[in-house]
Structures are given as structure tokens and as C-alpha cells.
Design a protein around this ligand. Structure first.
Ligand code: FNR
Length: 400
């Protein structure tokens, strides 16, 4: 009986791992490691966090159909979405201010992603400039999540920089036209951007510095003086992001870049149709991990409708609530081409930097690969709703 992905064998051979394997263990370890406001910024969501909970709970309403007397040997070794090869259909979701979790932030995540063959989707609001992240793992594959700033020159500068630094797709953030009501942030009065966290791409941008009336970019790693923090935070608040975006704006983005354009944050079938008509190359069903709108639908419940509306015209990716390899399987069976994880990689980063992120990805890979074989598949592309049975009274509800 082989261990899928090989990670189990390695863990047993090494006599264990410094990192936890359960979902709850990972979150608890991150909570223990981080200052409370930092942990709360990462873990928290909008309002009462009902959407955050719904995202996770939605997976327990599906049971995977188990199949026996099958071939357990490794199947398809890699996967491709929009011409980007990936070792498994899991990407690192864009998450700003990763330096709240670990000083090596996105660079550590870039190395972990490159080591595991996973695509890193880099946020606009990173702690580190996008060029420096690319340089940290030149062999890695990466897409750039574009938060469209309310200044055209800055917008074009970010896109050009991403393209020049080797990012191979633009992921347009569609769901941040207004800030979510994030109660944990309010309780701790901690808003990272007010302290110039998450501005790596802006502080390194000539146009941003011009708008903030700041001097030329200082040497890498040089600290900002307090007046610069105030100027940068005020300018960032004013420009991040354009308050109004429409499907028609995709045409402008297309005129600026030849890279594929993916829209993130789609939850409604009618909007999915409009975006596919407007020329989006792919969509990401996501509710931002429940960080924007409370009392929202679970993202997973939005996935089948969007997949049906798009009708195979463009790939549909998914995030919000993925915690395990079997969650990946469920989302793929419901029609996702690939999924992204947000908080799990940040927790891994918090507890072990690059190694912690690698651990999270290897756990997902091993569990996903094993579950794929146990449901009778050798290739994720053959998963379908026939692999699922709706569970009306979930007995498997509480994730550990
Ligand atoms: C995010 N997310 C996010 N999304 C985005 O498009 N741009 C961003 O800058 C950020 N920043 C960010 C910070 C933090 C701390 C978190 C946790 C999340 C949302 C992210 O891309 C993704 O949609 C969710 O995290 C997915 O949900 P899970 O996996 O966290 O449940």
C-alpha cells in the first residue's frame, strides 16, 4: 500500500514533523506564534464571520463516493491551467501583508511554491516588491493579482512591472471596491496599511512615490521615516482601489497587456456570463475568504451555478474554505479547474516560514493524491459531480 505523494513515508521515517497535520492544529499553532492583532488580521473576516464559517462548513454537505479495486499507482504528474503547468491543481491565493506572519513573507512562500511546483498568485498588497519576490525563486511560476488603482499611470506601471518580472497572468481583484466591515481589526484598532505594511509594490513604484510626494526609492530594506509612513498610507488609502469597475473595463486591461486576464471574486452566474462575454480568460469563484461580506453564501454553493453559466467557455477556479485535500477534490468534482488556499499558507508561513508553507502544500498534495485514487481516479480532469453525494445531515461536520 503506497503512501500517495510520499510525504507520509518521509514524516514517519523522520520520526515526526515539527508542524501539525490537522486543520485546527495548524491554526492553533499560528495563533500561538503571532501577536494577537496579526493573527486576527489573517484569521478574521467580515462581521460575525458567518461567511467564513459557511465557507468551511459547505464542504461537509458533500460526501465523496469511494471506489474499490482500483489502481493506486501515481496518475497524472502535472496539470495545466491557462498554459501554466502546476504539480497539483492548488495555487497560493493572493494575500497581502504576509510580513504579519513572517519577516520573509512572500519570498518564503515563493520558494515553497517553486519547490512544490505550485503557482504563487502574488497580491498587489505585498510586503515585498513583486520583482524581489520573483528574484527569490526565479524558477517558480507566478501570476499577479491586480488591485486596480485609481490612477491610470500607476495601474499601467504595476501591470508592466509584473509582465517584465515574469508573471504570466493578471488576476483582477473584483471584490474590493469597498472595504469589508472587519470586526476583529476594529477591536484591535490594527489596520496594517496605516503602518505602511503591504506597500512593497507601491513604495518601489516611481509613479506611486511621485503621487505621495516622496523622494526616489531608497535602498532595499531601508526604514521609512514617520512622515513617509503618513504620506504613503494616505496616498495608498486614496488610490487603492478604483471605486468603480465594470466588465467593460476588461477591454482596457487587455489593451495594456497580452497576458491572460482572470477575474477573482465571482459568485453569481449572471456576472460570470457577463465577464466571459467581456473577454475574461478565466474566473475565480471566491468571496475573499469571507473577509468582505458577512451573512454571504458559502463560496462552494456558488460554484456549480457559475460553472453552468460559463458552460466550459473559460476555466473556473475556486477559493474560500479549502482546508484539506478532500476539499480540493470536492471543488474539482463540482467543476473547478483548480483551487487556491489563503489562510492555510499564511498559517504555515507563521509557524515555519518557507518550510511551514512547504509542509502545508505537501499535506494537501498527499491527501489530494490519495483521495483521488480512493475515488477511482488517476487524473483530476475525470472528476465530476458523479463523485459526490449530497449529505443532508452532515456527521463529518466539525473539522479538526
Ligand atoms: C486575503 N485575500 C486577498 N485577496 C486578494 O485578491 N488580494 C489580497 O491582497 C488579499 N489579501 C488577503 C489577506 C489575508 C490575510 C487573507 C487571509 C486573504 C483573499 C485570498 O486571496 C482568498 O480569496 C481567501 O483567503 C481564500 O479563502 P481561505 O482559503 O482563506 O478560506
Amino acid at each position: 500500500m503506497p503512501y500517495a505523494g510520499g510525504y507520509q513515508s518521509q514524516v514517519f521515517a523522520a520520526g515526526g514533523s515539527p508542524f501539525p497535520f490537522t486543520v485546527q492544529g495548524l491554526e492553533d499553532a499560528a495563533r500561538e506564534k503571532l501577536p494577537a492583532p496579526h493573527f486576527d488580521y489573517i484569521a478574521g473576516g467580515a462581521g460575525r464571520e458567518r461567511t467564513v464559517a459557511a465557507n468551511v462548513d459547505a464542504f461537509a454537505r458533500w460526501g465523496l463516493n469511494y471506489r474499490i479495486l482500483r489502481d493506486g499507482k501515481p496518475g497524472v504528474p502535472s496539470y495545466t491551467v491557462l498554459d501554466t503547468p502546476m504539480a497539483m491543481p492548488v495555487l497560493l491565493a493572493p494575500a497581502g501583508v504576509a510580513d504579519l506572519a513572517h519577516p520573509e513573507a512572500e519570498r518564503a512562500a515563493a520558494r515553497a511554491a517553486a519547490d512544490t511546483g505550485v503557482v504563487q498568485v502574488l497580491s498587489s498588497a505585498t510586503s515585498t516588491a513583486l520583482e524581489d519576490v520573483a528574484e527569490a525563486a526565479p524558477e517558480g511560476r507566478r501570476w499577479f493579482q491586480f488591485a486596480w488603482p485609481d490612477d491610470e499611470k500607476l495601474a499601467r506601471s504595476l501591470i508592466d512591472r509584473a509582465e517584465n518580472a515574469g508573471y504570466s497572468a493578471i488576476v483582477l481583484q473584483g471584490d474590493c471596491h469597498v472595504a469589508g466591515w472587519r470586526t476583529r481589526e476594529l477591536d484591535s484598532a490594527f489596520f496594517p496599511f496605516q503602518r505602511a505594511h503591504g506597500m512593497g509594490n507601491y513604495l518601489s513604484d516611481r509613479r506611486f512615490r511621485e503621487l505621495a510626494v516622496m523622494g526616489p526609492r531608497p535602498a532595499r530594506g531601508a526604514a521609512l521615516d514617520p512622515a513617509e509612513v503618513v504620506a504613503a498610507a494616505a496616498t495608498w488609502n486614496r488610490l487603492y482601489t478604483r471605486p468603480a469597475l465594470h466588465p467593460g473595463d476588461l477591454a482596457l486591461l487587455r489593451a495594456w497587456t497580452d497576458l491572460p486576464v482572470i477575474v477573482k471574486g465571482v459568485c453569481r452566474p449572471d456576472e460570470a456570463t457577463l465577464l466571459a462575454d467581456a473577454g475574461a480568460d478565466a474566473l475565480i469563484v471566491s468571496n475573499h475568504g469571507g473577509r468582505q461580506l458577512d451573512s454571504g453564501l458559502a463560496a462552494l454553493d456558488c460554484l456549480p451555478g457559475v460553472v453552468a453559466a460559463v458552460g466550459g467557455r473559460v476555466p473556473v477556479l475556486f477559493d474560500s474554505g479549502i482546508r484539506t485535500g478532500t476539499d480540493v477534490l470536492i471543488a474539482l468534482a463540482l467543476g473547478a479547474s483548480a483551487v487556491m488556499i489563503g489562510r492555510p499558507w499564511l498559517y504555515g508561513l507563521a509557524i515555519g516560514g518557507q518550510e511551514g508553507v512547504t509542509h502545508v502544500l505537501r499535506c494537501l498534495e498527499a491527501e489530494f493524491t490519495g483521495a483521488l485514487a480512493l475515488t477511482g481516479h488517476r487524473d483530476p480532469a475525470t472528476l465530476s459531480p458523479a463523485d459526490l453525494t449530497p449529505v443532508t445531515t452532515p456527521s463529518n461536520r466539525r473539522a479538526r
